[in-house]
Design a protein around this ligand. Structure first.
Ligand SMILES: [Fe+2]
Ligand SMILES: [Fe+2]
Length: 287
């Protein structure tokens, strides 16, 4: 598994500051921290597949690619906002956030199958996320970066899907697989994204004045990413998730999931527009 690109392949000189969207910039900063932190996940995943050298090598390569995603997004964010520092924000993020299952060292989702389904859900999400970002951005360098990352995320999804198909332990039944996929989606509501958004967008000097609040910053994060999605991005994601739980990518499960997520996102976007707009106003004043 090779991503086939490096930071040198990005046409940085095409950067057009007039096309930087402030809301997208905030989302990019937060994403750069989560991606940059991926190396910590490789060690955890290797622990779920003890003694499997082939899987370990693939997970190490995967982590290098995720780290490169963080570097590319971080470098772009630094060009768009010279006050942003990927290293400084990442240091604060790491100091304040550790997933609970990393500390226990145990597989959080009951075995290899569960972990691979959860990884497939995450890669489905990131693949559609960066595709949506590429389609939403009018800034040419961010378009190129998001396109390259989206292709990597799709390959990551394939890697975890193939790894899952090679597992010899007993496969959980369909309902259990659905439950694992659903609980990974719920897990995305934990502190990781909200705290990454906070560390990426509230400068250290303003931390005392604007303390971290999970609900507020989770909403601010969602607000920053929501408008970039189109229905076809959700359809693609649900097709990938469906395959990972053993359902047809264009079947009833995928259709219901797409309808439910799209309805949820559309309603939430409207309901929180005013509330979250105020949080962004506070961030604008802090900037
Ligand atoms: Fe990534
Ligand atoms: Fe990925």
């Amino acid at each position: 598994m090779q991503s086939g690109w490096t930071l040198d392949d990005i046409n940085w000189s095409a950067f057009d500051p007039s096309q930087v969207d402030l809301r997208l910039l905030r989302a990019v900063k937060a994403a750069s921290l989560v991606e940059y932190n991926a190396a910590t996940y490789a060690g955890y995943l290797k622990g779920v597949f003890p003694g499997d050298e082939k899987a370990h090598a693939a997970f190490d390569q995967w982590a290098r690619e995720e780290t490169q995603h963080g570097e590319a997004l971080g470098r772009w964010a630094q060009m768009a906002d010279p006050t942003f520092s990927l290293e400084d924000a990442a240091r604060r993020f790491r100091a304040g956030y550790t997933p609970a299952h990393f500390e226990s060292g145990k597989a959080a989702r009951g075995g290899q199958f569960g972990e691979m389904i959860a990884r497939c859900v995450v890669e489905s999400g990131t693949s559609s996320y960066y595709t949506a970002m590429r389609d939403a951005s009018t800034e040419p360098v961010l378009c190129q970066i998001a396109g390259l990352i989206a292709a990597d995320e799709y390959r990551h999804y394939r890697l975890f899907l193939d790894t899952m198909h090679n597992i010899t332990e007993k496969r959980p039944n369909f309902l259990k697989r659905l439950w694992i996929a659903g609980s990974r989606v719920v897990e995305a509501q934990d502190d990781e994204l909200a705290y990454a958004f906070y560390c990426a967008n509230v400068p250290e000097k303003d931390q005392a004045r604007i303390p971290y609040d999970r609900k507020t910053h989770a909403l601010a994060y969602e607000h920053a990413i929501m408008r970039q999605y189109q229905r076809r991005h959700i359809e693609k994601m649900m097709g990938m998730v469906s395959v990972s739980v053993g359902a047809h990518p264009k079947g009833r499960f995928a259709a219901i999931g797409t309808w439910a997520i799209w309805t949820f996102l559309s309603r939430k976007a409207k309901r929180y527009e005013r509330l979250v707009g105020e949080t962004h106003k506070a961030l604008n004043q802090a900037a």
